[in-house]
Design a protein around this ligand. Structure first.
Ligand SMILES: N[C@@H](CCC[C@H](N)C(=O)O)C(=O)O
Length: 278
């Protein structure tokens, strides 16, 4: 049976397998479902490198349920690092489903991603409403909906450690008001910024880290006047610390670490059993 080489990375505990886009994987969704289950990973990044100046990496994220996501903050850092490892460049342009994203790779392999324009507009998130959803009561939480490349429903609470995410997040993630669903992100103020926990669409569970979620936390904190535009804030999901800056024009940057773990191979056609005669 034919095998596909992959590299395993994580960004603050958000786990990704990286596969070269020109690998002949006929059913990427089925491949991602099988490999994520095998590795207990949060997604497979299919990456395509164009060695221009700056180099361009086209990123496609397939999630453990086979769905795709337009953007992924932690995946973007991993993709930028992968491009840098191949080219030596310290700036990589990413092509994502949410648009182009400029990235800068630092000497310690942390990566800064320009996250594009954040929006509370109901058409952008999207939210089935006429007005932006700002601290609207939903499933017992004051929800603010924001698009950070993917939709996030953000609730500020007294202490995120007290939230029963597995129970409380699904009614928010699947609420009718979100026609495309939403990632459910909970946050509370900490000494250095914010603590964050996110239940992710496509994974259908809580992850160690969510980069677009960290940006969503800072965006909502800015909108609610808790922090000032232009000032960097530390957002801490369980997997580590991320630094987010939301500017006055509602563009934002996300900086955080990346880590390479190992390389391996996976069955090209996971539907094919070992020893099966074709
Ligand atoms: N973990 C990601 C977000 C991935 C996309 C999300 N699950 C969705 O379907 O919207 C991140 O780091 O941003």
């Amino acid at each position: 049976m034919s095998e596909v080489p992959f590299l395993k990375y994580h960004g603050t505990g958000n786990d990704f397998a990286v596969v070269e886009a020109d690998e002949a994987v006929s059913d990427r969704a089925a491949f991602a479902i099988a490999l994520c289950a095998d590795l207990d990973a949060d997604g497979v990044l299919f990456l395509d490198l164009d060695e221009g100046d700056p180099p361009v990496v086209e990123m496609a994220l397939f999630q453990p349920d086979g769905s795709t996501a337009a953007m992924c903050g932690n995946g973007a850092r991993v993709a930028a690092r992968w491009g840098s490892e191949r080219t030596g460049a310290d700036e990589i342009r990413l092509e994502t489903g949410a648009g182009p994203r400029h990235t800068r790779i630092h000497e310690d392999w942390s990566v800064t991603v320009e996250m594009g324009s954040l929006s509370f507009d109901p058409d952008d998130v999207p939210v089935d409403a006429d007005e932006p959803m700002i601290e609207t009561e939903l499933a017992g939480y004051p929800i603010t909906a924001v698009d950070t490349g993917v939709p996030h429903a953000v609730a500020f609470v007294e202490d995120v450690e007290d939230v029963d995410v597995a129970t409380d997040a699904p009614p928010i993630r699947h609420a009718d008001v979100f026609p495309e669903g939403a990632n459910a992100t909970f946050a509370s103020q900490s000494e250095r910024g914010f603590d964050q926990r996110t239940f992710e669409r496509g994974i259908e569970g809580e992850t160690q880290s969510c980069g677009t979620g960290a940006v969503a936390v800072a965006a909502v904190a800015t909108r609610l006047g808790t922090i000032v535009p232009g000032e960097s804030t530390v957002v801490s999901p369980p997997g580590g610390d991320l630094t987010v800056t939301v500017r006055e024009d509602w563009t934002a940057t996300l900086r955080g670490p990346t880590a390479f773990e190992f390389s391996d191979t996976a069955p090209r056609d996971p539907g094919t059993q070992v020893g099966e005669t074709r």
